[in-house]
Design a binder for this molecule. Structure first.
Ligand code: NAP
Length: 461
């Protein structure tokens, strides 16, 4: 680590530096960052997705520090996390992300900074602001922040009701360069949110992308706006997205039906508060026949298993992201008038479903993608208020990001995986010890459950 970088790390971990100290800290010329390389995008040619190994394509490089522009900030990243988009980038699917960078660069001279032979990944981060560019008013050097990944500057009229509709909206660290898996990240000021003070750096960094996405899909008027008593089927209920969906459903006084793939995950869902859980592995559903058609007998068996749990009711909402594998089942099991809200297609994006079940029963499919600033802010506020909790199972050092991404690629993780960037160890960054002490029970509950020690810790109101 260079001396300027060590000084930045020391200023943060010592907790002694004020805003002026941060603004005066010399910036390093270079930083360590997790990258993919443009000249390696065909390295996995001919391999099945499963066999493409992120440990080969993700590098930790020393790269130049980008210049901060108008309405931007440079943030010292204490921790980041692995999202599934890290996996997509690392296996160059469905397309190499360098195509996004090239497209983004056409927009303006400032955007040309992103078009480089390397791509710094990462769509989550928690850290401390080092510099702000001209025009930044809400945040200043020294502020502790989490970063959401909606990268948009709102010049087009289209996005002014909902910035996710802006034609230039991008996902930071996936469709832009200079993401969070680095010692310093470059972000737009409207990506910044206050760091929940009771959380460690890695807990805070594990949340913005999946938490905001789940909020929009389930709580926001742009999604399904679930209400008390709704039955919500959650695929992957203790995965990245699912672990937050489960909390939103419980907070709403609605009833989750969790679908997961192991006995451990069943137990974790129950520990978090779900009554109805289906182990899809134990049930061995085969929604697809050998000839590529959908197996209606299996769809009915799945529907019946749901009714057996709920006392005969069908889901009001289905929270979809596995995609091709499950989408037909999701449309089938939603109740008449029910909604399938989808944000992804992990198992394939060419979905098939029997449309008779949709139109005859007046069901709706709602497409959802990340979250606007307001939604991300609300989701973050619920974390600050300790109504939504991290579900972090493991933390890796920056050097081992490839290994962490492989775990996510092969569905081996529970909840989220953190990555330490400038944080020298995990457990640092809590500035509200009293708040943490009062609510540590809830946080511990999830952590212990993840580790297989199911210990219900009573939380104080
Ligand atoms: P994750 O942490 O890997 O969790 C996904 C969960 O889905 C897994 O834990 C797994 O749970 C379940 N699953 C995986 N394959 C499945 C299959 N074939 N059938 C049924 N269940 C399956 O990933 P994530 O962070 O939740 O992200 C999920 C997807 O959403 C990814 O494709 C990601 O790129 C996308 N995403 C999109 C947005 C957006 O804004 N558009 C935001 C976040 C994520 P079990 O094995 O326990 O069933």
């Amino acid at each position: 680590m260079t001396t300027p970088m060590r000084n930045i790390q020391h200023a943060i971990t010592s907790g002694q530096a004020g805003p002026e100290d941060y603004a005066a800290l010399p910036l390093p010329d270079a930083m360590r960052a997790v990258t993919t390389h443009r000249d390696e995008t065909d390295m996995f040619e001919g391999l099945e997705s499963w066999d493409k190994d992120p440990r080969q394509s993700l590098h930790v490089d020393e790269v130049a520090l980008p210049q901060v522009g108008p309405n931007e900030a440079l943030v010292a990243v204490m921790a980041s996390s692995i999202n599934f988009n890290t996996v997509w980038s690392a296996i160059f699917e469905p397309i190499p992300t360098f195509q996004f960078l090239k497209r983004a660069a056409k927009r303006s001279p400032w955007d040309q900074r992103h078009d480089l032979p390397y791509h710094i990944l990462g769509s989550d981060a928690a850290g401390v602001i080092l510099r702000v560019g001209p025009g930044v008013t809400l945040f200043k050097p020294g502020d502790e922040v989490t970063i959401h990944c909606n990268y948009v500057d709102m010049q087009a009229p289209d996005g002014h009701d909902d910035s996710m509709l802006d034609p230039d909206q991008r996902i930071w660290g996936f469709e832009t360069n200079f993401g969070g898996l680095a010692e310093i990240a470059l972000v737009r000021a409207n990506q910044l949110m206050p760091k929940p003070p009771q959380l460690t750096w890695e807990e805070a960094a594990s949340m913005p992308l999946v938490n905001s996405t789940a909020y929009r899909m389930l709580v926001s008027p742009n999604g399904t706006q679930i209400k008390q008593g709704d039955i919500v089927l959650i695929w992957g209920a203790v995965g990245g997205l699912g672990g937050f969906a489960l909390q939103y459903v419980l907070n709403a006084g609605a009833f989750p039906i969790c679908v997961v793939s192991s006995a451990d995950k069943v137990k974790l869902c129950e520990t978090i508060g779900a009554r109805w859980v289906i182990d899809r592995n134990a049930q061995g559903y085969r929604f697809w026949n050998e000839d590529g058609s959908q197996n209606s007998r299996e769809l009915r068996r799945f529907g019946q298993d749901i009714r057996d749990l709920t006392g005969g009711e069908d889901p009001d909402v289905v929270y979809e992201h596995p995609g091709r594998e499950t989408f037909g089942a999701s449309v089938f099991v939603a109740r008449p008038g029910g909604k399938v809200v989808t944000c992804a297609s992990t198992s394939g994006y060419e979905h098939e479903y029997d449309n008779r079940y949709l139109w005859m029963n007046k069901k709706q499919i709602i497409g959802s993608h990340f979250a606007n600033y307001r939604e991300a802010w609300e989701a973050n506020r619920l974390v600050v208020k300790r109504a939504i909790h991290p579900l972090l199972s493991e933390t890796y050092p920056l050097d081992r990001t490839g290994e962490a991404a492989l775990q996510v690629h092969h569905n081996k993780q529970i909840g989220k995986m953190g990555v330490l960037c400038l944080a020298p160890e995990d457990g640092l960054g809590v500035s509200d010890e009293e708040g943490r002490a009062r609510h540590i029970g809830q946080i511990n509950l999830y952590r212990n459950a993840v580790k297989g020690e199911f210990r219900l810790v009573k939380t104080e109101p």
